[in-house]
Write a protein that binds this ligand. Structure first.
Ligand SMILES: [Zn+2]
Ligand SMILES: [Zn+2]
Length: 322
């Protein structure tokens, strides 16, 4: 498995790692953002291993965030490669109406003021340029799908939480797991708000139009613990030899945060009010990440029966319960 690091425009995120399997069919896992610097780094990285973009036969995407999906359409168009993505990533990949409306509804229920939503919208428009639209030119990964090579097989492992259709790719023979943003050394991935189409089973019981992201993430951590994984090859940062420790750390931090937020909700508040207390200075896209983080925790408290919700015109008000 060859690792190639591609630059992103974000200092805090740093480069994104993509992975190449130089076996028939030559496969690229994730693709980097769509910028000239990232494209050059991908072409150079492939060249160092005797490959050109035209040699790629298959692209597997861990999820549809722009740093992972950004150049997939370009690689596909250059090479004729198949592009595979979990169907639950369709919202981010294609931005259908239900997804945009669901996002606005969740932000309204979180009590986010209109000017703040407008600021986020401008940022989303800028971020969109970092990915070339796939326009439906991709194939949906099926549960447990196996991708065969001449001498190995990769199993798709659904790891929702950071993204609803987030997928890892496990080589059961070597125990290598290409983990995308599910497990990162020294960083806790944000459980980002995910609107759902009507009838989707991942909905929060009190808000079926959005996923119970933190609940999904904690369950996915459990599922990796039971897999024969020796190393996680992450989307950012260093390779993770002891994934159990990282997962344990994530669980500890999230449970501690749940406890703190439960404490905070003795005086009732909206998601936005709690976000502004914890993160008073964040703006634009970071405020969306911060709101997502708080929403994920408050929704999980409600799901566990530890918080009650009262809808109000200025956003849902959460209050802790014993
Ligand atoms: Zn991501
Ligand atoms: Zn990422």
């Amino acid at each position: 498995m060859i690792q190639i690091s591609l630059p992103t425009p974000w200092v805090a995120v740093g480069p994104v790692h993509v992975y190449v399997i130089k076996e028939d069919p030559v496969t690229l896992i994730d693709t980097g953002v769509n910028t000239p610097e990232s494209r050059e780094a991908l072409v150079d990285g492939l060249k160092q291993h005797g490959l050109g973009v035209k040699d790629i036969r298959r692209v597997l995407l861990t999820h549809a965030h722009v740093d992972h999906m950004g150049q997939a359409a370009w690689v596909r168009d250059q090479s004729g490669a198949e592009v595979w993505l979990h169907p639950d990533e369709v919202g981010k990949a294609e931005a259908p109406d239900w997804w945009l409306e669901g996002r606005d509804l969740a932000l309204t229920q979180a009590g986010v003021p209109l000017p703040v939503m407008q600021g986020m919208e401008e940022h989303w428009q800028r971020t969109k340029r970092l990915a070339i639209p796939l326009n439906g030119g991709w194939l949906p990964i099926a549960p447990g799908q196996r991708f065969a090579f001449a001498d190995r097989v990769l199993e798709a492992v659904h790891l929702p939480g950071h993204a609803l259709g987030h997928t890892g790719f496990l080589d059961p023979a070597s125990g290598l797991l290409v983990g995308g943003d599910h497990l990162l050394q020294g960083v806790t991935p944000n459980p980002i708000m995910e609107p759902l189409p009507p009838g989707h089973p991942a909905g929060a019981p009190h808000a079926p139009g959005r996923a119970l992201t933190l609940g999904l993430f904690l369950a996915a951590l459990e599922s990796v613990a039971g897999m024969p994984v020796t190393q996680v090859l992450p989307g950012h940062g260093t390779i993770i030899p002891e994934h159990g420790k990282v997962a344990e750390n994530y669980r500890f931090r999230h449970e501690r945060r749940l406890g703190r937020m439960w404490d905070r909700l003795r005086a009732s508040a909206t998601v936005y009010a709690v976000t502004r207390e914890i993160y008073p200075h964040v703006e634009e896209f970071n405020i969306f990440l911060a709101i997502s983080e708080v929403l994920a925790h408050l929704d999980l408290l409600a799901d566990r029966g530890k918080a009650e919700i009262e809808p109000s015109p200025n956003g849902w008000v959460y209050r802790s319960r014993d």
